[in-house]
Design a protein around this ligand. Sequence first.
Ligand SMILES: [Zn+2]
Ligand SMILES: [Zn+2]
Length: 377
Amino acid sequence: MRKHAFVFLNAAIVIAAFIVFRAQAQERTEVVFPNIKGYKTLACDLHTHTVFSDGVVWPTVRVREAWRNGLDVLSITDHLEYLPHKDDVRPEFNRPYEIAKPEADNLHLMLIRGVEITRDEPHGHFNAIFLEDCNPINTPEQKDAVRLANEQGAFVFWNHPEWKRKDGKAWCGIQQEYHDLGWMHGLEVFNARSYYKNAHQWALDNDLTLMGTTDIHSPIDEAYDYARGEHRTMTLVFVEAETPEAVKEALFAKRTAVFANNTLVAREEWAAPLFEAAVKLQTTDISLKGKNAFFVPVHNHSSASYELEANGRVRGVSFPGALRLPAGKTVMMRLQGGGGTTSGQEKIVLPYRVKNILIAPDTYLEIAFELNVTFCE
Ligand SMILES: [Zn+2]
Ligand SMILES: [Zn+2]
């Protein structure tokens, strides 16, 4: 008997060890962007759904997905009004947060309490995050919901502004009223893979925070294929500290960049340092002899692959008209002298525009690589 008990105990230990091993076998694909201007860069998805509204996954699954996808901050924002699973899952608006929180703590992921206020056009959908209690926001009157969220100090943003209205007129009286009251603080320029060009302009014109979210309802792997190098839509937030209060402060201060479909959407004051801190020429002292080529290694330390297009010419030097800088890689930029009779030293600037960084609708970030060139005959 004793021997049997011993064998059983050993088997139990092996099974327990296996379970522990399995729990630790998840892999995280880091989101790599530099810290800029003294702020730390956090990757955030602040609009997701679970079975507590019309999503199909349990809240802890959202947390594990977020961790595997390299996020630092997650908000589960189930609908208050649209509850197709209510016969199977009791509607309780704080439960997704409460269920997800211990798993988020285990994985050192910051979890933000939130909801989606879901009303018909022209009102549209608004996310309220950093709530203390989601229940009071569930009101019959739509304006009361947005007002009460604001009274809790929530950060409120307009979701998928042009989802149902694509004629450029989705900004109606109600959005203007919320804006005038100071109740609307941001809007989504990217919802999942959809870019809203007019909404981008409205955010700039009205001084609103640029947001990008997945609004994920399915398991995340059905929407973004990480094995093929895809990434989920996210908002990069530039924070003073890794706390919910600091994330909230940064959102209200509009310190964000949206990363979606390998495109960055940000105000130039954040887009330029984000590019400049990630992309480095590994040498800036160039020697051009006659028409010989000189190769400059260019390293891109970020999760975005940048697509550059020459934005002018430089006398006496030819350089690539198009330059692709893959994420996390180094490429060689080929320079060539014109074979002229110039000799001596000169500072030159190679002008490019970055075709996948939008600082305004149809407006790309312009950058310049500075080089010290020694021309030899
Ligand atoms: Zn919505
Ligand atoms: Zn949603």
